[in-house]
Design a protein around this ligand. Structure first.
Ligand code: SF4
Length: 578
């Protein structure tokens, strides 16, 4: 086809012809209901209209209307289901769902962040939503809290009430990053969504969506989904000395590139993960905070969703901690207390009988990628400026680093302790160093442990918990700076104008800050061997709130007796839960 050619597009016939009437291309519409969506003025009006029509005709004893295009279901292969297919199946009242199935899973947990929150609010108003049907809807303020514009301040004032009066849970500016909080509210083997592309639950499964669908999911408690295919990522072997989980995050595209299943070039790009669910197994004993590093980064692989197989013990440990955190939120006066305590009760119900779903042995995957940890012997980074531009650290050694950012939802408290250990007693860092913990709880704990003193001595600039440099809409790095960052993505101009950004671990970030350049493998391993390995057990501890004395009552403004009673919330007699 050439510029200036006159063509005709036949959407119903699925063909494109030239002026002479010859067919020059054919296509099929996906989803097959798209023409109905166009006629209805969008997917949501169609869903509402079709469901109302169906219910009305059913109540009148009439056959289902033939006016709508009904999604055709894929044929059943008779094989087992993957973990994702089982989780979505459970949310649909089925044993599993096959890829290609159009379904409406129950959305147990829904997240909204502050840059899309106002749009979600407007969509909720259009849906005349006065109360959420989703079990827990949470609103965060992490993208705009640190350096708010006047319009953000307005959002900070208005959005909490809008959400909490509908039964949602509103965080507060300065609390921290949406995912670091929402993950702590999840229930195992349930489905959710969020208006942020990094809504990638490490527990259950999530399908990130635009503000319209998020509003729909919050209001109606279900979300339309065309079930994607799954790709299995299987980890084998052992983590090698000096190699961190963040390096394993980068090892996934590294292995896929070597297998010819992922290319870096934009033109004719190959990406085995694109639009699919990444299902990970082989690291069952990861803590949830660590597991989220792996699931969070599936956004960079353009996955539709992800699952990770974890042990029951790990999940139970996380939920016990989260029960304490949520009880503390209620004590501190976060709204809506009923929703918070209902989630506590459901966590306690799961803890009383902890069982997790598992993929069937004969489950079918569109592809299988095996990452042998024994073969990853040095850090792996995403080089400027593409998260898929994966390189071994040794290929980048010596590149000058101007600024270092340790922050974003990819980090947890262990990373900050490890970075502090590397920086401790080493004087002022050669590169400009930014430190931004993910939540206010991480910040407090790090202060209590004296880590902020170490950061100050190294000349670091510390930021309010939140997205900070990762989002790039707040503070920015210098124009044309070369940056080493622990954040999620390094697209052009995201962190600073014409900045070159490497992505990698907090441990490597701290070494880069000290040296002002990317180290050699020998330099890096020498520092890690001396400063990290002997203290690893102490550094990589996670926030178990249930083990912090007096935590549930910290900052209490609501007397215990004034909080809603679990029995009243769940509508069951007293004593049944104990
Ligand atoms: S830290 Fe970055 S990736 Fe994570 S939610 Fe914030 S802006 Fe998004």
């Amino acid at each position: 086809m050439n510029t200036g050619d006159v063509i005709k597009i036949y959407p119903y016939e699925g063909k494109i012809t030239n002026e002479a009437g010859a067919t020059i291309s054919t296509f099929s519409l996906k989803p097959e209901t798209i023409l109905d969506e166009v006629r209805a003025g969008g997917r949501i009006p169609l869903l509402i209209g079709r469901s109302l029509t169906d219910k009305t005709r059913h109540a009148l004893g009439l056959e289902a209307s033939t006016l709508f295009t009904r999604p055709t279901m894929p044929s059943d292969t008779g094989k087992g289901y993957t973990l994702a297919q089982k989780m979505v199946g459970k949310a649909c009242g089925l044993p599993g769902v096959r890829p290609g199935t159009s379904c409406d899973p129950i959305m147990t947990t829904v997240g909204s962040q502050d840059t899309t929150g106002p749009m979600t609010r407007d969509e909720l108003k259009e849906l005349a939503c006065l109360g959420f049907s989703a079990d827990l809807v949470m609103q965060s303020f992490c993208h705009t809290a640190a350096y708010p514009k006047p319009v953000d301040i307005q959002t900070h004032h208005q959005l909490p009430d809008f959400f909490s009066t509908r039964g949602g849970v509103a965080l507060r500016p300065g609390d921290g990053i949406i995912h670091s909080w929402l993950n702590r509210m999840l229930l195992p083997d349930t489905v959710g969504t969020g208006g942020d592309s990094h809504t990638r639950f490490p527990l259950g499964i999530s399908f990130p969506a635009g503000s319209g669908l998020v509003a729909f999911a919050a209001a109606l408690g279900v979300m339309p989904l065309d079930m994607p295919e799954s790709v299995l990522v299987r980890f084998t072997g052992e983590l090698q000395p000096g190699v961190t989980l963040r390096d394993i995050v980068n090892a996934i595209p590294y292995v896929a590139i070597q297998a010819g299943k992922l290319t870096v070039e934009k033109q004719n790009k190959k990406n085995v993960f694109n639009g699919r669910i990444m299902e990970m197994e082989g690291l069952p004993d990861l803590k949830l905070e660590q597991a989220f590093e792996l699931t969070d980064a599936t956004a960079e692989r353009s996955c539709a969703g992800c699952t990770i197989k974890l042990s029951t013990e790990t999940v139970a440990e996380y939920l016990r901690s989260n029960v304490a955190l949520l009880k503390n939120m209620a004590a501190r006066g976060y709204s809506d207390a009923k929703t918070i305590l209902r989630r506590v009760a459901k966590m306690e119900q799961w803890l009383a009988n902890p069982v997790l779903m598992e993929a069937d042995k004969d489950a079918e995957y569109a592809d299988i990628i095996t990452v042998n940890l024994n073969e990853i012997k040095e850090p792996i980074v995403a080089a400027p400026n593409d998260p898929d531009n994966i390189k071994l650290m040794s290929e980048c050694a010596g590149d000058k680093i101007d600024e270092v950012f340790i922050g974003s939802c990819m980090t947890n408290i262990g990373h900050y302790r490890a970075a502090a250990k590397i920086l401790e007693g080493a004087g002022v860092a050669k590169a400009k160093l930014w430190i931004c913990p993910p939540t206010r709880m991480d910040e407090k704990q790090l202060r209590d442990e004296g880590m902020y003193g170490i950061f100050a001595a190294s000349g670091a600039r510390t930021e309010m918990p939140g997205c900070s440099l990762c989002m790039g809409n707040q503070a920015r790095v210098e124009d044309r700076a070369t940056v080493f960052s622990t954040s999620t993505r390094n697209f052009n101009n995201r962190m600073g104008k014409d900045a070159r950004v490497y992505l990698g671990s907090a441990e490597l970030a701290a070494v880069c800050a000290l040296l002002g350049r990317i180290p050699t493998v020998e330099e890096y391993l020498a520092i890690v061997t001396e400063k990290i390995n002997p203290f690893a057990g102490d550094l990589y501890r996670y926030l178990n709130f249930n083990e912090i004395a007096g935590f549930e009552d910290e900052g209490r403004v609501i007397p215990l007796e004034d909080l809603p009673k679990i029995e009243d919330i769940l509508g069951i007699p007293s004593g049944v839960l104990s």
